[in-house]
Design a protein around this ligand. Structure first.
Ligand SMILES: Cc1cc2nc3c(=O)[nH]c(=O)nc-3n(C[C@H](O)[C@H](O)[C@H](O)COP(=O)(O)OP(=O)(O)OC[C@H]3O[C@@H](n4cnc5c(N)ncnc54)[C@H](O)[C@@H]3O)c2cc1C
Length: 487
């Protein structure tokens, strides 16, 4: 990955003086000649869900908007693989019936939805593999590796912790995680779980293998796990009997349809490297040397990406802390095409939870019936993803497949590794969803999305009441409203 220019940013920006941003950055960052292009009222940086929602709302109110996108596609962290049967997802996987903005976008832009409730029981049923050995469900309650209290010996590791977090969760509403009165929960998840009596062995088994947030329970704030639990609970209430949905053609169909709804075409391949705000407007510098001008900017870049962008004036104080330190979840996805149903040979469920490299294997059921398996996805998370990110893709895939074949010998020769995606190694994401570290929520979460000079920030990491795809939509809406109050 390209090296972050953070160390020299302050010196560089101080030295820029009155030079246009393009000239100040051009010699070191631009590969071609610098051109000042058309001026827009608002430039939106990033065509993920948050940026697209902001752009559409602004356009609806008659504002002239130009979207700049670094990649050659829309959707950002929503990515569907149309070259794998069933269009499995490497990003945003499903959305709840209570995702009001996402559901509205599907309706408005005519994207079909698929109720995933019938496949949930299949998803929750997995083989347990610890230290390379398959432990049949019947043997788990008496296994020496089972750390659960006597009354819970039947519980499986992937379903034990969430109900405990939910039952002990002190956060009762969606934005309670930002309430200073709850600051005492901004400690490590490890510390909070220990305080409610969960043993280290249980935390290690149930969280540190395949963590939702962080690499272990030590490096994530309990506040994040608690707020995610509150969000899940509220979604379950809103959804009623419906667990959630995916989009027909893959979830990427949603941002694609939203992008088609824009009046002005998106400019792709515009890797933004600098944003300067002055009294009269903004200048946006791209790596290819192009420069765009606007009155205001909506910036949807995740923090690990944004800290590589030269901001003038600098963002300082708690908001600067958030931009410069907020991490994103390490997650790598490997999609396998099934040539022969190997699970019929070994008589086991294709789904796996393990404490090895192939940490979570999911049989995708995106066919006509819930019984039909269309492909397999291996989720590599936390410490394992960080380890794999030290390797080139080819080596990482070989290592993950080795582990998979070791724990599932019947699969050898019957699957093909088709697509691998490391979100950390992806320069336009540098990780997955935001991970607030212990102490970081109270230090800077409330200000991460505040406007700075002429920049209005959005992106799921700036959402207050929602998470994931709906959080992204919420944040884009907020940024658009801020600007509508100004224009
Ligand atoms: C594996 C995985 C599973 C997930 N599962 C779920 C789920 O089940 N449910 C759920 O709700 N959410 C889920 N999410 C999260 C959800 O997908 C994201 O929160 C959401 O899509 C983020 O949208 P965003 O607009 O904030 O950011 P992004 O989608 O990252 O948008 C930012 C955009 O900015 C562009 N960009 C970046 N840098 C630059 C630059 N320098 N110049 C120009 N453009 C740039 C990017 O290319 C991107 O298009 C999942 C994500 C992943 C990866």
């Amino acid at each position: 990955m390209s090296k972050s220019p953070n160390l020299s940013r302050r010196t560089l920006v101080q030295g820029m003086g009155a030079l246009p941003l393009a000239a100040a950055l051009g010699s070191s960052l631009a590969s071609g000649p610098v051109r000042a292009l058309n001026r827009s009222k608002v430039i939106v940086i990033g065509a993920g869900l948050s940026g697209l929602n902001a752009a559409l709302l602004l356009e609806e109110q008659g504002v002239d908007v130009q979207v700049l996108e670094g990649r050659q596609r829309v959707g950002g962290r929503v990515l569907s693989h149309r070259d794998v049967p069933g269009n499995p997802e490497s990003g945003g996987t499903s959305f709840g019936a209570g995702y009001a903005r996402v559901m509205d976008a599907c309706k408005k832009f005519k994207v079909g939805t698929i109720d995933v409730t019938p496949i949930v029981p299949f998803f929750n049923d997995r083989e347990l593999v610890l230290d390379g050995k398959l432990i049949p469900k019947a043997e788990w309650p008496t296994s020496p590796l089972n750390p659960f209290p006597a009354a819970f010996k039947q519980s499986m590791p992937w379903s034990y912790l969430n109900p405990i977090i939910g039952k002990n969760n002190p956060l009762k509403n969606a934005d309670a995680w930002l309430d200073p009165a709850n600051a005492k929960y901004d400690v490590s998840l490890q510390q909070w779980l220990s305080s409610i009596g969960v043993s280290d062995e249980i935390i290690d088994l149930c969280w540190n293998n395949n963590p939702n947030h962080g690499t272990t329970a030590y490096d994530v704030s309990a506040m994040l796990a608690l707020s995610a639990s509150t969000f899940a609970m509220m979604q379950a209430q809103l959804g009623g009997k419906i667990f959630g949905y995916t989009a027909v053609g893959g979830n990427q169909a949603i941002p694609e349809a939203m992008a088609k709804g824009l009046k002005k075409p998106i400019l792709f391949g515009r890797n933004v490297t600098g944003i300067r705000s002055t009294k009269s407007g903004t200048e946006i510098q791209c790596a290819d040397g192009t420069v765009y001008k606007a009155d205001y900017v909506v910036c949807s870049l995740p923090s690990p990406v944004l800290r590589r962008v030269h901001l003038d004036p600098l963002v300082t104080g708690p908001q600067g802390l958030a931009i410069n330190t907020l991490a994103s979840q390490p997650v790598n996805m490997l999609h396998l095409i099934v040539k022969k149903p190997f699970w019929e040979d070994d008589g086991r469920n294709p789904n796996i939870f393990s404490n090895g490299l192939a940490g979570m294997v999911v049989a995708e059921r995106k066919g006509k019936t819930p019984q039909e398996i269309t492909s397999l996805t291996i989720w590599v998370r936390g410490r394992n993803a960080t380890w794999m990110d030290t390797l080139e893709s080819k080596e990482a895939v070989a290592a993950i497949m080795d582990d998979f074949y070791r724990i599932r010998p019947a699969a050898r020769g019957k699957v093909e590794a088709k697509v691998y995606h490391s979100w950390y190694r992806d320069q336009f994401s540098a990780g997955d969803w935001a991970v607030w570290a212990p102490g970081q929520v109270t230090a800077c979460a409330a200000v991460v999305g505040k406007p700075h000079a002429r920049i209005h920030f959005c992106g799921e990491h700036t959402a207050v009441s929602n998470r994931g795809m709906e959080g992204a939509m919420e944040s884009g809406e907020r940024a658009a409203f801020e600007i509508l109050g100004l224009v």
